[in-house]
Design a protein around this ligand. Structure first.
Ligand code: AMP
Ligand code: GLY
Length: 424
């Protein structure tokens, strides 16, 4: 069969790498892809923005048996609806279902309907009422722009004046664009974060092994948030009993609440969780695989991922069981100096082949230039290593990273520190 992957980052490289291992798959295409993806897939310079007519036409002409969507933007813009209307098979949630990520208010309402544990919150669509609320609410408080904001729409404030300034940025300076869908202001949750991604076929929920992301740019979780600087799997904060609670108290009631509204959620549902004293609570939902979480999760999956994705599309997940190897996986992200702020592009990357002998090198922001692979994004590479212990995986990942060079390379030196520090 032929498979088409949509996207161009480290997540999509990981998906292509795993899909290409399926004995059922003859050819893999990726739109638009990147130089790393180009090693196992044919990259296509086709637009993946509405109305999706060119990519749909390509899939029809090539008789693509399965399309798989990586990023949230095309999902929120209805790529799944466009493929399904053309009678094509595609893995991912519909435009409506993708509101779980694309609208904070929508996700909060679904959680309330499903009695899913979350942070207490209030909604505002204009500056003045939000400002009044900030004057009296408990601190710290968390301000969340309702719409997609490339991971930058969330800020935590311990200071009222600073929170007010943030509201003015959102409503008056429109730093995240049109503010008419407003903001959610929520209670600050304490605990340890974990990401639980699950395959969902509309009814059945099949959780993957839990992972932990590292969102802050600097060691020790300091500095501004990024898209994610590294991840490891499994995450001991989600032990077997906690995983069972997450399925029963969070994932299943969420999918059931969507179904009661007539929304069939298919694809991956990503629960960003705070594991606190009273158990798990939801920080956010995403409508897709996490990046870099997937770079530490999929290398541990023993199933043919195409079988699992097929079962999602066909609504047969209840027949499926996920099998995991006993290894620990860790992914460290190599970024461009300056990220998540401004950074340079076009810096030649050396040592990829050498490092690739010791670890999996997933390309996130790379490009070809004058016959060389160069940097082309804030997050440039994800380096994943596996080991019998997390310490061994960590040591291997950093050894491989040591072989990679580009001007301004930056990576955190402490990925996995929470798990490694347990019991110490
Ligand atoms: P989100 O994009 O909603 O996951 O938020 C980004 C990050 O902000 C999360 O990974 C958390 O570290 C933090 N965060 C979001 N909501 C809360 C909350 N209610 N309490 C504490 N931290 C939060
Ligand atoms: N690593 C966080 C995300 O994928 O949203």
């Amino acid at each position: 069969m032929k498979v088409l992957v949509i996207g161009s980052g480290g997540r999509e490289h990981t998906l292509v790498w795993k899909i290409a291992q399926s004995p059922r798959v003859r050819r893999v295409f990726c739109a638009p892809g990147n130089p790393g993806i180009g090693r196992s897939a044919e990259c296509l310079a086709l637009p993946v923005t509405p109305p999706f007519s060119e990519i749909v036409e390509f899939a029809r002409r090539e008789q693509i048996a399965l399309a798989v969507v990586g990023p949230e933007d095309p999902l929120a813009e209805g790529i799944v609806d466009a493929f399904e209307q053309a009678g094509l098979r595609i893995f991912g949630p519909s435009r409506l279902a993708a509101q779980m990520e694309a609208s904070k208010k929508f996700a909060k309402a679904i959680m309330r309907e499903g009695r899913v544990p979350q942070a207490a919150y209030a909604e505002f669509t204009s500056l003045e009422p939000a400002r009044k609320y900030i004057a009296h609410c408990a601190l710290p408080c968390v301000i969340k722009f309702n719409d997609l904001a490339k991971g930058k729409g969330v800020s935590i404030h311990s200071d009222r004046a600073e929170a007010e300034a943030k509201l003015a940025d959102i409503f008056e300076k429109r730093v995240f664009g049109d503010p008419s869908n407003g903001v959610v202001i929520e209670e600050f949750l304490e605990g340890e974060e974990a990401s639980v991604l699950a395959f969902v076929d509309g009814r059945t929920v099949l959780p993957m092994e839990a992972a932990q992301d590292h969102k802050a740019i600097f060691d020790g979780d300091r500095g501004p948030n990024t898209g994610g600087m590294g991840a490891y799997c499994p995450a001991p904060v989600v032990d077997t009993a906690m995983a069972e609670r997450v399925r029963r108290e969070i994932l299943e009631p969420t999918v059931a609440a969507l179904a009661r509204r007539g929304i069939v959620y298919k694809g991956v549902l990503y629960a960003g969780l705070m594991i606190g004293k009273d158990g798990p609570r939801v920080l956010e939902f995403n409508c897709r695989f996490g990046d870099p979480e997937v770079q530490a999760v999929l290398p541990r999956l023993e199933n043919d991922v195409v079988d699992v994705m097929d079962a999602v599309v066909d609504g047969r997940l209840s027949d499926m069981e996920l099998r995991w190897n006993n290894q620990h996986a860790i992914c460290v992200v190599a970024a461009s100096a300056g990220y998540p702020g401004d950074y340079a592009k076009g810096k030649p990357i050396k040592g990829l082949d050498e490092a690739g002998k010791e670890a999996l090198i997933f390309h996130a922001g790379t490009a070809w230039k004058d016959g060389q692979i160069v940097t082309n994004g804030g997050r440039v590479l994800g380096v994943t290593a596996l080991g019998d212990t997390l310490a061994e995986a960590q040591q291997k990942a950093y050894a491989a990273l040591g072989k990679i060079h580009f001007d301004g390379i930056y990576y955190r030196r402490d990925i996995g520190y929470r798990a490694l520090g347990r019991g110490k």
